[in-house]
Design a protein around this ligand. Structure first.
Ligand SMILES: Cc1cc2nc3c(=O)[nH]c(=O)nc-3n(C[C@H](O)[C@H](O)[C@H](O)COP(=O)(O)OP(=O)(O)OC[C@H]3O[C@@H](n4cnc5c(N)ncnc54)[C@H](O)[C@@H]3O)c2cc1C
Length: 470
């Protein structure tokens, strides 16, 4: 007899495990299916272990700049194995945390490879044995994996994906990073701070191309000042690994091909959805380039089948996955008769994005260019960190805050930041945007002194010609 649930969640990343917890909270009999590690990519191979690595690099950077703060530190060295060990320890701690949360919420965990076999039916295979589960509703949260270069798949020795870069066999001396999205730039920043000679190749005409153009330009200058070599509008034409390194042919902006030798290469050209072999085709689930098509409440075109997180449309971020997990669980509870839940539709315009390179970047909403493209006439304010007392006191005067408003209504359309701690500050604007704030409310908000967040206030004032400290 198949074990029967109200909800089965396939995949236990930040989308899946949060969906399971919310389902259980709402009194639904819930199971989760996972083939590898509870917590998915985010806790085990993504957001969290990279931040642990970057924290070590940040401290190393400060130790190397002790003199700037009137301090002395001698014989500063980095032990990459110990740095990686700490990062893996952090990942393990969080993985165990998810195990605990599953128990606490009485969610049944089925470890194994899951596959949809019919509407409401899922087969889970482990060690050659298959069990069948059934549920009134199934949420697909199988996430994604690194995309390989078609002509040079990662070998884990010289050509790395993010997984190899997180547990490197040795410290790269001369590192080529292909792709300057969040993942590529974070690893470039980490290894650069740790002492590697880093080159970043980006096909688009600027790095972190989804960000505001001013942020891209500022970050490129900052990283170049730290010694990084950055090639934009450039494409890797061939990549060959040997026992000692990697040879790359890179076609530059000017059309000329240059050949370079590197000790290692990280390929960070995007993700591929885990949508193969999970039974989507047989059920007729609509997909766009392998990502499952969903509506604002995470429903697929098949009744009783839901999808959340990286397996669906972008942005491919952990907090988007978790938020969708809650929406899907609440929508399912409602469909099963719970009249006290009120699921809301996801609004992608209010999902922030953070990149933890050095300096950090963070943003929400429309860039200036996208706002203009969408037909808005805009008011734009920019405030540099050099006008902020706390940033100067911290020795972190490199950065700025840019805000974009609808000139007609004063609605905050977007906010873009680069500099220290901006990944912690962006949430102020996210709350404002979610509450559909205007310039008036932001101007009337009191910001604590001294904080870098005062630059957020000043940026709003600057959009209306009222900045005080510049
Ligand atoms: C290096 C790196 C750094 C990142 N940093 C950030 C960051 O700072 N902030 C941020 O918001 N996002 C970050 N991300 C992205 C973030 O990790 C993802 O957006 C997030 O993990 C997506 O969550 P998910 O639940 O959709 O899927 P995943 O986390 O990918 O989890 C899916 C789970 O499903 C399991 N699974 C797949 N198929 C099956 C199957 N057939 N049967 C059983 N189990 C299956 C997988 O094993 C996996 O555990 C980062 C990603 C990487 C790679």
């Amino acid at each position: 007899m198949a074990e029967t649930y109200d909800v089965i969640v396939l995949g236990s990343g930040p989308g899946g495990y949060v969906a399971a917890i919310r389902s259980a909270q709402l009194g639904l009999k819930t199971a989760i299916v996972e083939r590898e590690n509870l917590g998915g990519i985010c806790l085990n191979w993504g957001c969290i272990p990279t931040k642990a690595l970057l924290r070590s690099a940040e401290i190393f950077h400060y130790m190397n700049h002790a003199k700037d703060y009137g301090l002395a530190a001698e014989k500063i060295t980095a032990d990459l194995d110990a740095v990686v060990k700490r990062s893996r320890g952090v990942a393990k701690q969080l993985n165990q945390g998810v195990t605990h949360l599953m128990k606490k919420n009485k969610i049944t965990v089925h470890m194994g490879e899951g596959k949809l076999v019919a509407k409401g039916k899922l087969a889970v295979t482990k060690d050659g044995k298959t069990e069948e589960l059934s549920a009134k509703h199934i949420i697909v949260a199988t996430g994604a994996r690194a995309r390989d270069l078609p002509f040079a798949p990662a070998d884990g020795k010289r050509i790395w994906t993010y997984r190899h870069a997180m547990t490197p066999p040795e410290m790269p001396k001369k590192l080529l990073v292909i792709g300057s999205g969040a993942i590529g730039i974070e690893f470039a920043s980490f290894y650069n701070d740790m002492g590697a000679e880093v080159t970043v190749v980006e096909m688009m005409d600027r790095i972190v191309p989804v960000e505001d153009a001013d942020v891209s330009a500022f970050l490129e200058k900052a990283l170049a000042k730290q010694g990084m070599k950055i090639m934009t509008g450039a494409g890797v034409e061939s990549l060959k690994a040997s026992a000692t390194g990697v040879s790359a042919s890179i076609k530059g902006k000017d059309g000329k091909v240059v050949n370079g030798e590197y000790s290692h290469c990280i390929v960070a050209i995007g993700i591929a959805p885990n949508s193969e072999n999970i039974g989507l085709e047989a059920l007729g689930v609509e997909q766009v380039k392998g990502h499952i098509k969903t509506d604002g409440l995470c429903r697929t075109n098949v009744e009783g089948l839901w999808a959340i997180g990286d397996i669906t449309a972008p942005p491919w971020l952990a907090h988007k996955a978790s938020h969708e997990g809650v929406i899907a669980a609440e929508a399912i509870a409602q469909a099963l008769g719970n009249k006290d839940v009120h699921p809301h539709e996801m609004d992608v315009r209010n999902i922030p994005g953070c990149t933890y390179c050095h300096p950090q970047i963070a943003s929400v909403g429309l860039t200036e260019a996208k706002a203009k493209e969408a037909g808005y006439s805009v008011k734009v304010g920019t405030f540099p960190f050099i006008g902020n007392g706390k940033a100067i006191a911290l020795g972190e005067a490199e950065g700025f805050v840019k805000t974009v408003f609808d000139a007609k209504t004063g609605e905050l359309l977007g906010a873009h930041m680069v500099g220290a701690e901006v990944t912690e500050m962006i949430q102020g604007y996210v709350v404002g945007k979610t509450l559909e704030t205007t310039e008036v409310e932001l101007m009337q908000t009191v910001f604590p002194h001294p904080t870098i967040s005062e630059a957020m206030h000043e940026s709003v004032l600057a959009a209306y010609g009222r900045a005080l400290h510049i």
